[in-house]
Design a protein around this ligand. Structure first.
Ligand SMILES: [Zn+2]
Length: 87
């Protein structure tokens, strides 16, 4: 189940304070190419994230070339419940 998608290309929004904190659980990062991430995330994106598995691990799929602290912070906020439809 994909609960959060970062579709912004060229701009990575800073998350609101209520979602901008450490994730309570394990985080797994899976790298891909732009084309691979677009296929996995349902559209062109630097990355997307979802809660998966029985242990609720936060899975981030990221374009390797686009990996940055800002992108991870953004995706972490999605794992914390930030809705995917933010501006
Ligand atoms: Zn986002």
């Amino acid at each position: 189940m994909i609960t959060a998608i970062a579709l912004a290309v060229g701009f990575i929004a800073a998350p609101p304070p209520q979602f901008d904190h450490a994730f309570r659980g394990r985080t797994v990062i899976q790298y891909g190419t732009y084309a691979g991430v677009a296929a996995m995330c349902g559209g062109p994106a630097y990355g997307c994230s979802f809660i998966g598995g029985q242990d609720g691990v936060c899975v981030m799929k990221l374009v390797r070339e686009a990996d940055s602290p800002r992108l991870r912070r953004h995706e972490r906020a999605h794992c914390n419940g930030w809705p995917a439809w933010h501006p």
